[in-house]
Every structure is written in C-alpha cells, then in structure tokens.
Design a protein around this ligand. Sequence first.
Ligand SMILES: [Zn+2]
Length: 59
Amino acid sequence: MDEWIDIECPYCGQHFEITVDTTTAHQQFVSDCDVCCRPFTVNAECANGEVVRFDVLAN
Ligand SMILES: [Zn+2]
C-alpha cells in the first residue's frame, strides 16, 4: 500500500508530497526535489499500513 507523506526539501524548503510503500517497515530511498531537482534521502518507518515516522536528509 502506498501512503502520501508531506516532506520539506532540505535545500530549498519547498513542501511537496511523495509516496511511501508502507508494506516495508524500515526503508530508505532517494528522491529528487520537484522544484530544485536536488536528490535527498528519505528514511521512513511504517506500521499497520501507515507511515509512523520519517526523516529527510540532504545527500
Ligand atoms: Zn528543493
């Protein structure tokens, strides 16, 4: 199941939404900012089909 989370770009501060696959309990993936196109790492923890915690890190 995919869940939308609202994240903030660590470079330009832009808020936007990305999807997280909540079937994986602990995951890390790289995404690109929609605005400044720079890559950042998202760490997400999921439980019971929901995202319970996430961090966004500058690469
Ligand atoms: Zn950005």
